[in-house]
Write a protein that binds this ligand. Structure first.
Ligand code: PGA
Length: 235
């Protein structure tokens, strides 16, 4: 059975005052699942114990002349044990392509981090009926052969559902996750991401091949995030 993971992606949100929310999330995190926050890197080293933490992106190199970038080794040094790679906002804002994401995945592994590899189709892809083809191509292009249940999590995040309040339907999520499960084998955790909230979490976690969620907006406060983690623990 894959591990169950409730992962929060704070994106570019969170000053030091937000550590109070991280502490409340650590205090309330349910047993039996991994509760994980990916705060801005500026907060990583200050995150409370009792929570796993991750970076939101990493450079493929270990060090060097790359102004403004962070290596996977730096994230690990600041306490991270996970790193998101290939988030659609990175693909859109920073032009990251599958080959870049593959290099970042390998960088995360090199630093001992578990990569949370994000893939997802656009609305245009979905309406054209090419969702599964697009996801297969992203997976093939960005996941190296060395992926194991210890070093890799795959997050399905339909681009049209991120930050829009539009959550994919359970049937849409089930179709994709069943196809991903057939590709990655029985043990790599598969997360859904895109407008997950307490109100829709339980029906998503009831699906056979959904092992947790990658949550943006609803991970910023304990009041929003803990009920999602509890729904996962109860699933
Ligand atoms: P959202 O973001 O929950 O705010 O839609 C999800 C994500 O980008 O991981």
């Amino acid at each position: 059975m894959p591990k169950k993971i409730a992962a929060g992606n704070w994106k570019m949100n969170g000053l030091r005052a937000a550590l109070r929310e991280a502490e409340a999330i650590a205090d309330g995190a349910p047993d039996g699942i991994v509760t994980l926050l990916c705060p801005p890197a500026t907060l990583l080293a200050s995150m409370p114990g009792g929570l796993a933490t991750g970076g939101q992106a990493c450079h493929s190199q270990e060090s060097g002349a790359h102004t403004g970038d962070l290596s996977a080794e730096m994230l690990a040094d600041a306490g991270a044990t996970y790193c998101i790679v290939g988030h659609s906002e990175r693909r859109a804002d920073h032009g990251e392509r599958d080959a870049d994401v593959r290099a970042q995945t390998e960088a995360a592994w090199r630093a001992g981090l578990t990569a949370i590899l994000c893939i997802g189709e656009t609305l245009e892809d979905r309406e054209a009926g090419r969702t599964l083809d697009v996801l297969s191509a992203q997976l093939a292009g960005s996941l190296s052969d060395g992926a194991t249940a210890e070093n890799t999590i795959v997050a399905y995040e339909p681009v049209w559902a991120i930050g829009t309040g539009k959550v994919a339907s359970p049937a849409q999520v089930a179709e994709v996750h069943d196809a991903l499960r057939a590709k990655v084998g029985p043990d790599i955790p598969l997360l859904y991401g895109g407008s997950v909230k307490a109100a829709n979490a339980a029906e998503l976690f009831a699906l056979e091949n959904v092992d947790g969620a990658l949550v943006g907006g609803a991970s910023l406060t304990a009041a929003d995030f803990l009920p999602i983690a509890e729904a996962l623990a109860a699933s």
